[in-house]
Design a protein around this ligand. Structure first.
Ligand code: HEM
Ligand code: HEM
Length: 132
């Protein structure tokens, strides 16, 4: 598996653990105010990151490009900032709103970079196969 795919799956599982921990906390306390942080930790974190990682595993040539690592850094920074800031905002810290806004824009930039990766063509030369 390409390095970037492994990295995405490792990051994704961390967000699933955090997301489920928030879900369990909400369920046990019967206080669902953190619902948005829980939903987005699981969906922007676990689900979307696993899809990004799966795409790279299926496209190893694209996974080796510099843009793949840049995209990972931008997207992960956005989500890693957005989830805790959203959690704090929803649990009584309205001052976190500008951080959530900036983190959301960084996350969106990461998504746009992934669109560039998806729409870019394959550039790696295919190994020649012996005609028999
Ligand atoms: C043991 C694991 C989990 C627990 C205990 C849990 C718990 C909860 C709770 C208590 C709520 C609030 C429900 C409400 O107020 O209406 C919720 C909402 C939600 N959860 Fe989870 N959750 C878990 C796993 C997941 C996973 C893995 C995902 C996604 C992959 C997920 C996605 C969502 C979403 C999208 C909502 C919002 C639904 C809505 O808008 O009505 N949850 N969860
Ligand atoms: C930067 C990206 C995103 C932003 C800024 C964003 C923003 C929002 C906002 C403002 C809400 C309404 C919350 C409320 O009513 O309190 C929401 C709800 C929701 N979003 Fe997103 N979203 C993003 C990405 C995504 C993605 C990628 C998914 C799914 C893969 C998703 C799934 C959901 C779901 C299921 C809900 C309803 C659960 C809830 O109330 O929190 N979102 N989102």
């Amino acid at each position: 598996m390409p390095r970037i795919a492994k990295l995405y799956f490792r990051t994704a599982i961390i967000f699933l653990i955090i997301g489920i921990a928030m879900g369990l906390t909400m369920a046990i306390s019967q206080d669902h105010s953190a619902i948005g942080a829980h939903a987005h930790a699981n969906l922007l974190g676990w689900v979307t990151m696993a899809i990004f990682g799966g795409y790279h595993a299926l496209n190893p040539a694209k996974a080796e490009r510099r843009i793949a690592m840049i995209q990972y850094m931008v997207y992960t920074t956005g989500v890693a900032l957005m989830v805790p800031a959203l959690y704090l905002m929803l649990t009584g810290n309205p001052a976190m709103e500008p951080v959530v806004a900036i983190a959301s824009l960084i996350t969106f930039a990461g998504v746009l970079l992934f669109a560039v990766i998806i729409f870019s063509g394959e550039t790696a030369p295919r190994p020649a196969t012996a005609a028999q």
